[in-house]
Write a protein that binds this ligand. Structure first.
Ligand code: 5AD
Ligand code: SF4
Length: 443
């Protein structure tokens, strides 16, 4: 490859989960230290980072089509960007990407992106660079200080997964569970708040498996971390995602009733409603156990909104077993859900199972599940009409004087009137749709 001029501008395209969004922001901060600025809207960037997701087939295929598009656009303009592939596809298929896509200069895994500057040095000399090492936690220490753009910030507290659900690549791409140290997280949260964050969402593949030691060396779990962060002046809201049912403890549940800044919302994936399927998925809990856990959260915080993840068409799933998924959706009355067709991931145990489900059966089940979820989502939104709450304004709406923000239950709320990004506006909720509500400001 011929040497490339040092890039002046960059764009990070993040796919998949919020963890990738967080990583994308941190890569941006590294590049900013090097004097590389974010490309403005519509401008071609000199360096494009595809921050990829490997969780389902479609997400993975996007990478190759995006590389193709970047190469074609570069040819047309006579100026190709430097292309870096980051994230979980980079981790899982680094070598294959290098072989299949000569236009790619850098392949960097999710645990190695703090070494992006050295890799850029190489790329600028015309060499290609790959780094998919998984060092423990060195990454976070090597990253520059936080810079904030909006009022809602992500903070990765835990990475990796030891659960090995049989369909999932995460334990392979993100590695074993690790918790970042308490004091580093408190310091980073302070930085985020100083930089304007009003809300912090604590992130982890198994965020509720986070464990550490407080400032006096006592063992502390996620509930304790949340209680500590709630003491930060200027921080109004705390959220966390994603949790596993088996890592819940009494203190975290109690925190929902006791910590005012902890929002009444819980994302707790169950994946399926049938015990045979849950066992085949290696979820290590039953449908009944999950429902009992939800009851404990509701006892601590009666207005808590629930959300979940579902997979339809796991190998061998019968119609009756799928019906149990619909039943659990009815039993929980979720406020929101994410649902997916099972996608066999190379190297995972479920991919090797016989009796894979036909695509048209999966399509049909997904459609029925999403219709059912939609009914509950609309019912949840309708039930909140007439209630008063605060909306954290996150961005401008389409028309002047219109603003979009989030309710404590993570509903999207439109408001009209005097406001600014970052304001907490008191509203009465009105006019509920499936995906948003209108808020009438109370002055
Ligand atoms: N196929 C379909 N969905 C999957 N998920 C994880 N792995 C797969 C797979 N192989 C879903 C799960 C998980 C969410 C992040 O993605 O529902 O909770
Ligand atoms: Fe994947 Fe299961 Fe771990 Fe979630 S708990 S990241 S679904 S292996």
């Amino acid at each position: 490859m011929k040497p490339a001029a040092p890039p002046r501008t960059y764009r990070v395209k993040s796919f998949g989960c919020q963890m990738n969004v967080y990583d994308g922001e941190r890569m941006g901060e590294l590049l900013a230290e090097r004097g590389i600025a974010p490309a403005s809207e519509g401008e071609e960037a000199d360096l494009v980072i595809l921050n990829t997701c490997h969780i389902r087939e479609k997400a993975q295929e996007k990478v190759y089509s995006d590389i193709g598009r970047l190469v074609a656009a570069g040819k047309e303009k006579g100026k190709a960007p430097l292309i870096a592939v980051a994230g979980c596809v980079a981790q899982a298929e680094g070598e294959e990407i290098m072989a299949r896509a000569p236009a790619v200069s850098i392949v960097v895994g999710p645990q190695a992106y703090h070494r992006l500057p050295e890799m850029l040095d190489k790329a600028e000399k015309g060499e290609r660079a790959t780094d998919t090492d998984m060092p423990a936690i060195a990454k976070f220490d090597a990253l520059p200080a936080r810079r904030k753009r909006g009022p809602s910030a992500f903070l990765t507290v835990q990475e990796g997964c030891d659960k090995f659900c049989t369909y999932c690549v995460v334990p392979y791409t993100r590695g074993a569970e690790i918790s970042r140290p308490f004091k580093d997280l408190v310091a980073e949260a302070h930085k985020l708040v100083e930089a304007g964050a009003k809300e912090i969402t604590l992130l982890g593949q198994n965020v509720n498996a986070w464990a550490g030691e407080d400032e006096r060396g006592r063992p502390v779990g996620l509930g304790g971390l949340i209680r500590m962060l709630a003491r930060i002046d200027g921080l109004a809201r705390i959220r966390y995602t994603t949790s596993h049912p088996n890592d819940m403890d009494d203190d975290l549940i109690a925190a929902h009733g006791e910590v005012e800044k902890l929002m009444p919302y819980l994302h707790l994936p169950v994946q399926a409603g049938n015990d045979r399927i849950l066992k085949a998925m290696n979820r290590q809990h039953t449908a009944e156990g999950y429902l009992r856990l939800i009851e404990r959260f509701r006892a601590a915080r009666p207005d808590i909104a629930l959300s979940g993840d579902f997979i339809v068409g796991f190998p061998g799933e019968t119609e009756a077993e799928f019906a149990d998924t619909l039943s659990i959706v009815d039993a929980v009355r979720y406020a929101a859900c994410f649902s997916f067709k099972y996608s066999p991931r190379p190297g995972t145990p479920a991919a090797a199972l016989e009796n894979q489900i036909a695509p048209e059966v999966m399509d049909d089940r997904l459609q029925r599940l999403q219709a059912r979820i939609g009914q509950h989502q609309l019912a949840f939104n309708r039930a909140s009409v007439g209630t008063r709450c605060e909306v954290l304004v996150e961005r401008k709406g389409r028309h002047p004087g219109q603003w979009l923000g989030k309710s404590p239950w993570l509903q999207s709320v439109w408001i009209e009137g005097e406001a600014a990004i970052g304001d907490l506006v008191a509203v009465e909720l009105a006019e509920a749709g499936p995906n948003s509500l209108k808020g009438l400001p109370i002055y």
